[in-house]
Design a protein around this ligand. Structure first.
Ligand code: SAH
Length: 194
């Protein structure tokens, strides 16, 4: 693996992410939202994710703006990055499939919202967020630049920590004891760890 191949892997990851997400976004918009928990902070965090995970790396790919922050590429880390990217896409696709019409890009509950507790959701409450952390890690390992590399991870961290308690409170408000029981038997992101 060389630096160009690593950048191509990153680009393919972004393209596959778009291909998975766009049709689901269109589909989700057909189900009515009954609880809207989004705030200005949420909108800022989501915009930061687009900047950190897509715009900054794209600017780095096509311009020399961040060149002074380059460091030597490690093929070993490049392969770890490629594996993280693959794991990200598998988890992302699966969690979208499992959430189906219950998915929202932000804090919302939809008409007839069901609590998903099967498949990946049997082991962790937030597999889609686990996948985003893996995406951020993939970017860090695939792009040897002190700005474009960690930008994704920083924006994912911002979104995750600003949202997670509010999301769990919203779910608890809707599903009550069933959600508490579900929390008791699952980890947030990594089974057995967190
Ligand atoms: N946190 C989850 C889902 C992310 S999408 C994950 O990482 O996999 C965010 C939306 O999904 C939330 O607004 C909520 O409406 C919905 N959601 C979160 N967990 C859910 C669950 N277990 N079952 C059904 N919907 C859920």
């Amino acid at each position: 693996m060389n630096e160009t191949a690593a950048l191509v892997v990153w680009g393919i990851g972004l393209a596959v992410w778009i291909a998975i997400r766009l049709p689901r976004r269109r589909k989700a918009q057909r189900t009515k939202v009954v609880v809207d928990g989004k705030s200005t902070g949420e909108k800022i965090a989501l915009a930061l994710c687009i900047v950190g995970l897509a715009i900054v790396p794209l600017v780095h790919s096509f311009t020399s703006l961040f060149e002074p922050a380059n460091y030597p590429f490690s093929p070993f880390l490049g392969w770890i990055g490629a594996l993280s990217m693959l794991a990200f896409l598998i988890l992302f696709y699966q969690s979208h499939k499992l959430l189906a019409r219950n998915w929202s890009v932000t804090l919302e509950l939809r008409e007839g919202h069901e609590l998903v507790v099967d498949g990946l959701y049997r082991y962790m409450r937030h597999p889609m967020y686990t996948s985003f952390w893996l995406w951020g890690l993939a970017q860090l390992f695939l792009i040897p630049n002190w700005i474009a590399g960690p930008a994704g991870l920083a924006s994912v961290a911002w979104l995750f920590f600003s949202r997670i308690n509010k999301e769990e409170a919203m779910m608890r408000g809707q599903f009550g004891q069933a959600y508490d029981d579900y929390c008791d038997r699952t980890a947030r992101l990594i089974p057995g760890i967190y």
